[in-house]
Design a protein around this ligand. Structure first.
Ligand SMILES: Cc1cc2nc3c(=O)[nH]c(=O)nc-3n(C[C@H](O)[C@H](O)[C@H](O)COP(=O)(O)OP(=O)(O)OC[C@H]3O[C@@H](n4cnc5c(N)ncnc54)[C@H](O)[C@@H]3O)c2cc1C
Length: 327
C-alpha cells in the first residue's frame, strides 16, 4: 500500500480546497476506497475524509424534487418509509446492494462512484486501461462471462457495478456538484462516462469537485416502480443483470415508462427501445417480454456473456410486470 496523508474535513470549502490535487481522494464511508487503496488501485497519496461535514446527509422532499444528500447512508435510504411507498425502485436497489453491514457505513455518493468489479482491474497486475491507461485490456482475451454488452470498446469491456445508479436512471435525476467555482447540476445520463470511451474515467468529476446531492424529480411513476436483480448468489453479490422499471398507467395501458439496465453496461444504461415498446400499449406478459427483447437489440455479446441477453430481457420483463402490479 502506498503511503498517504489523511485529513478530516469539517467543511465543504475545506474539502474542496484540499481535493484539487489530481492524486487526492475523497473518502465518504470508505467501504470502496479503502479496498482500492489496499490494492494500490487509485494512485492516491492524499485522503480527504468528508464523512463529518455537516448538512450533506439529509433526505428531503423540496416541492417537486427529492433531494438525497451525498452522505446519506445507504441503510437509511433503504429503510425510509416514505420512499418505500412512493419510490420502491429506489429503496429496493439499495436493499439488494452489498450487505447490511456495508450499507450501514456506505453513502449514496460513494455508491455512485464505486469502481468496476472487473477482476482484471482489481487484481492489480493484469493489463488494464482503467488502472494504467494504454496498458491494454486483459479481459478482451480473458474470462468475459461477467463483462458488458453495452458501452464497450476495444479498450475496456468492464461493467459498472452499482445498483443505486441503475435505479436512478429510471427517473429524471440530476447530480449536484460543488467546487471552488460554485455549484453545478448535471443530468445523470451525463454524469458517468462509459468506460469504453475513456476507460480511466468513471465520471465527469474533476479534481476539487465533490458530489453534494442527488436530485430526483418527483413523478407519479415512482409508485409503480421496481428494481429486480439477478445474481449468482441470492445475497451479497453484484448483478449479472438487473432492471429498474418505472411506469405510469391508465388502467391496463402504459402512458409513461422508464427502463434502465444494470450489470450489462459500462455505466447505468437507459433502455429507450424498451420504453417505446411499452408506451401506449396494454401491459401483459407478451408485451413485457417484447419490451425485454427490445432492450437488448443493440447488445454486443462476447464469447461467454451471450446468456446475459436472454437473462436481461427476462429481467426487464419481470420488472415491468412487477412494477405494473405495485399499489
Ligand atoms: C463486499 C462488497 C459487496 C458489495 N456489493 C455491492 C452490491 O451488490 N451493489 C452495489 O451497488 N454496491 C456494492 N458494494 C459497493 C458498496 O455499495 C460501496 O462500497 C459503497 O456504496 C461506497 O460508498 P462509500 O461511502 O463507502 O464510498 P467510499 O469508499 O468512501 O468512496 C467510493 C468512491 O467514491 C468517491 N466519493 C465518495 N463520495 C464522494 C462525493 N460525495 N463526491 C465525490 N466523490 C466521492 C471516493 O473518492 C471513492 O472514489 C459492495 C462493496 C463490497 C465491499
Amino acid at each position: 500500500m502506498r503511503p498517504f496523508t489523511y485529513s478530516r474535513a469539517t467543511s465543504l470549502d475545506q474539502a474542496i480546497s484540499e481535493s484539487g490535487h489530481p492524486h487526492s481522494a475523497i473518502m465518504a464511508g470508505g467501504t470502496t476506497l479503502v479496498d482500492l487503496m489496499r490494492g494500490d488501485l487509485t494512485g492516491a497519496d492524499q485522503v480527504i475524509d468528508i464523512a463529518h461535514i455537516p448538512g450533506l446527509a439529509e433526505i428531503e422532499v423540496e416541492g417537486e424534487t427529492l433531494r438525497f444528500g451525498a452522505l446519506a447512508r445507504m441503510a437509511d435510504v433503504a429503510e425510509n418509509t416514505f420512499l418505500k411507498h412512493n419510490y420502491p425502485a429506489l429503496v429496493e436497489s439499495l436493499q439488494l446492494a452489498a450487505s447490511q453491514q456495508i450499507r450501514n457505513a456506505a453513502t449514496l455518493g460513494g455508491n455512485l462512484l464505486q469502481r468496476t468489479r472487473c477482476v482484471y482491474f482489481r487484481d492489480g497486475v493484469s493489463d488494464c486501461n482503467q488502472r494504467t491507461p494504454g496498458s491494454g485490456c486483459a479481459a478482451l482475451d480473458g474470462e468475459d462471462r461477467e463483462m458488458a454488452l453495452f458501452g464497450t470498446s476495444d479498450r475496456c469491456i468492464a461493467t459498472y457495478p452499482g445498483d443505486w445508479g441503475t435505479a436512478l436512471a429510471a427517473f429524471d435525476t440530476t447530480i449536484e456538484i460543488a467546487s471552488d467555482s460554485g455549484r453545478r447540476v448535471v443530468d445523470f445520463a451525463d454524469f458517468h462516462t462509459a468506460y469504453g470511451e475513456d476507460p480511466a474515467r468513471l465520471s465527469i468529476l474533476r479534481p476539487g469537485e465533490i458530489v453534494t446531492a442527488i436530485l430526483v424529480k418527483a413523478t407519479p411513476s415512482g409508485k409503480r416502480s421496481t428494481y429486480i436483480k439477478v445474481r449468482d448468489r441470492q445475497s451479497y453479490a453484484y448483478a449479472l443483470t438487473s432492471a429498474a422499471v418505472a411506469l405510469e398507467t391508465d388502467g391496463e395501458t402504459v402512458i409513461a415508462a422508464r427502463v434502465a439496465l444494470g450489470g450489462v453496461a459500462s455505466k447505468p444504461w437507459r433502455a429507450q427501445a424498451a420504453e417505446a415498446v411499452l408506451i401506449g400499449r396494454r401491459l401483459d406478459e407478451a408485451l413485457a417480454i417484447e419490451a425485454g427483447h427490445a432492450a437488448f437489440t443493440d447488445a454486443k455479446p462476447l464469447r461467454h456473456n451471450q446468456f446475459k441477453i436472454e437473462l436481461g430481457a427476462r429481467t426487464v420483463a419481470r420488472a415491468a410486470l412487477v412494477a405494473k402490479g405495485k399499489i
